[in-house]
Design a protein around this ligand. Structure first.
Ligand code: MYA
Length: 450
């Protein structure tokens, strides 16, 4: 069956429209798809860079980002020999200001303590109403409170890296940005960094240059803890991605996906044929497949760390982090292992997380798109494609409508075969204060930021 899919993805946003001759879906963590049909974004950017470099009178395109220690467009055409590694000269926390930067009058900084239920609710409300949407404002990410507690409280997290902006008088939370500590390998070097996520400004306060203020504030707070690098992803193109990944979407409930406008049936397709095409076995096929338990943590950590070490960009996970990030949590993260009955070895691992999107256009009775996102998967006893077929079956058994995966790691080996349709936006990977001299293929990236 048809795989003429073209899928619109929205930044971290909820939905990629994909023609599933199958589907039209807008997917979260797709991208603010500024470059539809831009199969070769790289050459387009090169052309832009050349144009900009030859224009002596040009205004900076990125007033803020051009002042930051990040790779800049044109670095590669300026002919300077740039070295891989930190961009800024080394500093110490004593050189970092003790004071937060200036906010517009009437606003104040805060740290959002996610152990406090009221704060959890405030963050949830802000994100639910103002976080990433697809370009057509049909879907918006809806991170649950349980998800936020999970993602933002890994081992060693810092409350002061959960930065908020409040109205001074009412204390209403109007902006947010977060960092969590992590260790990531990049082209063979280990970097202690902050993973930055959940940058969000209330819709009424957009386009007032508050985002750069938030980014400078989180940078200050991260630097105060003697951390000088960061990793982040975004749908938008900023100076300068180290890699560009693409979302793919596998319909699980094609009927609902079409009803809500996430997916469009191709001209030559019918609903009954599409339903048939996306049918899955009722039960997973791998023998010895079961939920991951706490006892599995050391073996899963070893399996993962061996697998992830093959990639140019990958997290280095301690056992405590594996336990936190990958032990199953109801409605948040789903993890399974395949255990060899005789040897008791864990041979394979499946994980995905639950990130629903609100349906914000009113043309359907449905309120939520239930999306599973591929997380970390390792196959050693069966080909990855077989393991991922089980992942789809497990997601279907857990009532997900769609299974989303980026073309990271070895995911390209199963996407087409398992009838994923391509999304229509890119997810760009960035490093702050760390230069890489060559673009990194998404198949060399094994870092999944939730
Ligand atoms: S990605 C998710 C981003 N969030 C959303 O898309 C939610 C909905 N949108 C909003 O809330 C707002 O539109 C946001 C921008 C907040 C995105 N990453 O205040 P402004 C630049 C970085 O007038 P607003 C995620 O969470 C833009 O290019 N920069 O704009 C990862 C321009 O700069 P320049 C972005 O629309 C976040 C400036 O902001 C992004 O009101 C990683 C305009 O500011 C973006 N997604 O607000 C953050 N979007 O003129 C970086 C726009 O130069 C972390 N901009 O082009 C860096 C590392 C920091 C730590 C370092 C430690 C060592």
């Amino acid at each position: 069956m048809p795989e003429e899919s073209e899928t619109r993805s929205a930044e971290a946003s909820p939905s990629a429209k994909n023609d599933a001759s199958a589907t039209s879906s807008s997917a979260p963590r797709g991208a603010e798809r500024e470059n539809e049909g831009a199969a070769d974004v790289g050459s387009l950017l090169d052309a832009l860079v050349r144009q900009r470099l030859s224009d002596a009178t040009r205004m900076p395109t990125h007033e803020f980002w051009e002042t930051q220690p990040v790779g800049q467009f044109g670095d590669d055409v300026r002919g300077e020999a740039l070295k891989e590694g930190p961009i800024d000269a080394p500093k110490t926390p004593t050189e970092v200001s003790e004071e937060g930067g200036a906010l517009p009058p009437g606003y104040e900084w805060c740290s959002c303590d996610l152990t406090c239920e009221k704060t959890q609710e405030e963050v949830y409300e802000l994100l639910t109403n103002n976080y990433v949407e697809d370009d057509d404002a049909m879907f918006r990410f809806q991170y649950s409170q349980e998800f936020l507690k999970w993602a933002l409280r890994p081992p060693g997290y810092h409350v002061d890296w959960h930065v908020g902006v409040r109205l001074k008088v009412t204390k209403t939370l109007v902006a947010f940005i977060t960092g969590v500590p992590a260790k990531v390998q990049v082209n063979g070097r280990e970097i202690e960094l902050a993973e930055i996520n959940f940058l969000c400004i209330h819709k009424k306060l957009r386009s007032k240059r508050i985002a750069p203020t938030l980014i400078k504030e989180i940078t200050r707070r991260v630097n105060l803890r003697d951390v000088w690098q960061a990793a982040y992803t975004a749908g938008v193109v900023l100076p300068k991605p180290i890699s560009r990944a693409r979302y793919w979407h596998r319909s699980l409930d094609i009927r609902k996906l079409v009803e809500i406008g996430f997916t469009r049936l191709g001209r030559d397709n019918s609903m009954s044929r599409a339903v048939q095409a996306y049918k899955l076995s009722p039960k997973p096929k791998s023998e010895g497949l079961r939920h991951m338990t706490k006892d599995d943590v050391p073996k899963v950590a070893a399996l993962l760390s061996k697998y992830l070490s093959k990639f140019a960009v990958a997290p280095i996970l301690s056992e405590a982090e594996v336990e936190h990030l990958l032990l199953p949590r109801e409605d948040v993260v789903y993890s399974y292992v395949v255990e060899d009955e005789k040897t008791k070895k864990i041979t394979d691992f499946i994980s995905f997380y639950n990130l629903p999107s609100q349906i914000i256009h009113g043309n359907t009775k449905h309120k939520t798109l239930k999306a599973a996102y591929s997380y970390y998967n390792v196959a050693t006893s069966v080909p990855l494609v077989e393991l991922m077929e089980d992942a789809l079956i497990l997601a279907k058994c857990n009532d997900f409508d769609v299974f989303n995966a980026l073309d990271l790691m070895e995911n390209n080996t199963f996407l087409r075969e398992l009838k994923f349709g391509i999304g229509d936006g890119n997810l760009h990977y960035y490093l702050y204060n760390w230069r890489v001299t060559h673009d990194i293929e998404p198949s060399q990236v094994a870092l999944v930021l939730t």
